[in-house]
Design a protein around this ligand. Structure first.
Ligand SMILES: NC(=O)c1ccc[n+]([C@@H]2O[C@H](COP(=O)([O-])OP(=O)(O)OC[C@H]3O[C@@H](n4cnc5c(N)ncnc54)[C@H](OP(=O)(O)O)[C@@H]3O)[C@@H](O)[C@H]2O)c1
Length: 467
């Protein structure tokens, strides 16, 4: 697009031009011309120029077939005083040309001069243990294409599934080398691609960077700048902290979809869930309380029991020293519960399926007990065939990537807006993350998988508006 603009400028002037240090042109340096300026220039058939960078060739000074107005516009470089309030009122005249050129150049210089050409990114060269394969690299700042925005990243979490992706054990595999972080981040819109509508430049947004399956490549978030589809951007109000905003698109959305669209749990019904102390688990508890749903919460440590009760869980079962089936029967009645969500799998997931009432269903959305396991037997959910058949129980999966692959972008943004409202109204509160600079990635990665870790690790960057 940039070269085409230059070509258009050349032909609109009816002359050949040589331009020195093209790399130094603002839009080159800034990787992409802001849509508003581009639209204005294209509408007028004009293009911005800078006196000392774009030099008409000597032989062209006598070039024929150039109208006097165009020649005047092309060769007049003296400052022009703007007279009227509307900068384009003289469009089509030499004065308008120069006024617009100067205005656009100023705007571009202002917007672009602070943007670096390169940035830091945390890149995995191949599949492997994250701390072994991740390297801090310098990469060029990417250029947004049509329909994309350039985002300056401010904060991005490290989810267990991000580490699963790097180990080659997740539901999709990116092409390696890959920038890590395939879930979400928050930042500010730095530029828009050609002819692109979207949030305003400088706006604070959440990027839902979960790759749709099936779907196109999505840039990793563990880098200072990334390009993202504008339909995956959700503006967020300033009063939401960076920590909250950067965790808004994955876990809260998962909790909302599980409780409402997937299981349609009704007020007064029991909902059984595992890993209740996880971020998703806590969000499920909060949402359930808001909707009048009662929760039975499974944790693996005695120390987490009081915490979950204090958090609002109606019942808490500790698998360290309690029988899950017996406790569910005592709580929900001998028939069992009709609805459950599980992110542990393995033997715990199997017990959850046994605790279901006839016709009940469990949605499996995670497999925490299989993490770092290599024994094939540890990667299963051993179901009792008779119970599944004769009690017509359903065990099915949920995966956000596939959900993004099946719903329309508008539907996805609608659900994300619902999450934003629930968070803004303080129905859902996302636990505060622990910030890490990119350089300390080994520490951050290790914290992400430490048992009983209180806070989710987040990579944080300055966004240019920090003091
Ligand atoms: N399918 C999807 O689309 C989707 C979307 C979002 C999240 N998820 C999944 O949801 C799960 C929770 O994610 P999160 O980000 O909320 O996690 P998180 O905040 O990092 O918390 C992890 C929790 O899991 C518990 N845990 C870890 N290993 C366990 C095991 N073997 N048995 C029982 N509990 C265990 C931990 O208990 P302690 O406190 O005792 O350490 C901790 O409470 C993950 O499996 C994630 O992949 C899936």
């Amino acid at each position: 697009m940039d070269d085409r603009l230059l070509d258009a400028a050349v032909s609109s002037l009816g002359r050949d031009v040589s331009y020195e240090s093209l790399e130094d042109w603002p839009w080159r340096r800034g990787r992409g011309l802001p849509a508003a300026h581009r639209a204005a220039m294209e509408a007028e058939g004009q293009v911005t120029r800078q006196r000392h960078r774009w030099i008409p060739r000597r032989s062209d000074r006598t070039a024929p077939a150039v109208s006097p107005a165009r020649r005047h516009a092309a060769e007049r470089w003296t400052p022009v005083r703007r007279r009227g309030p509307a900068p384009n009122k003289d469009a089509g005249t030499s004065t308008g040309f120069v006024q617009n050129a100067r205005r656009d150049c100023r705007a571009l210089r202002d917007e672009r001069s602070l943007m670096p050409r390169s940035m830091r990114a945390l890149v995995a060269g191949k599949v492997g243990e994250p701390t072994d394969v991740l390297r801090l690299e310098s990469r060029p700042v990417p250029t947004p294409e049509a329909g994309q925005a350039l985002i300056r990243v401010k904060a991005t979490p490290i989810h267990a599934s991000d580490l699963h992706v790097l180990r080659g054990r997740y539901g999709f595999s990116p092409d390696f080398p890959t920038v890590g972080g395939h879930m979400e981040c928050m930042g500010r819109v730095e530029a828009l691609g050609p002819d692109t509508e979207g949030p305003k430049i400088g706006e604070r947004v959440v990027v839902a960077a979960v790759p749709a399956v099936p779907g196109p490549h999505v840039a990793g978030t563990w880098q200072e700048y990334l390009v993202a589809d504008t339909r995956r951007l959700l503006p967020v109000p300033d009063h939401l902290s960076d920590s909250t905003a950067c965790q808004l698109a994955v876990n809260p959305l998962t909790a909302l979809l599980l409780v409402t669209r997937e299981l349609d749990v009704q007020p007064g019904e029991w909902l059984l869930q595992t890993a209740a102390g996880s971020t998703v688990g806590r969000l499920v508890i909060q949402l359930s309380r808001h909707l009048g749903i009662r929760t039975i919460n499974v944790v693996r440590r005695r120390g987490a029991v009081e915490e979950i009760k204090a958090f609002g869980g109606d019942e808490v079962i500790c698998t360290e020293d309690e029988d899950l089936l017996q406790r569910v029967a005592e709580t929900a009645g001998p028939a069992g519960v009709r609805k459950a969500v599980d992110c542990v799998s393995g033997p715990v997931g199997a017990q959850v399926s046994q605790a279901l009432a006839p016709g009940g269903e469990v949605v499996v959305y995670g497999a925490l007990s299989t993490h770092r396991q290599t024994d094939p037997a540890a990667l299963t959910i051993p179901l009792q065939a008779r119970s599944v058949i004769y009690e017509t129980k359903a065990v099915r999966g949920f995966w956000l990537n596939r959900w993004f692959g099946t719903v329309s972008p508008e539907d996805a943004l609608g659900a994300l807006s619902q999450v934003r409202s629930l968070v803004a109204e303080e129905v859902l509160s996302i636990p505060q993350g622990q910030p890490f600079p990119l350089e300390r990635f080994a520490e951050a990665v290790s914290l992400a998988e430490t048992p009983a870790h209180d806070a989710k690790p987040l990579f944080v960057f300055k966004d240019g508006q920090d003091s």
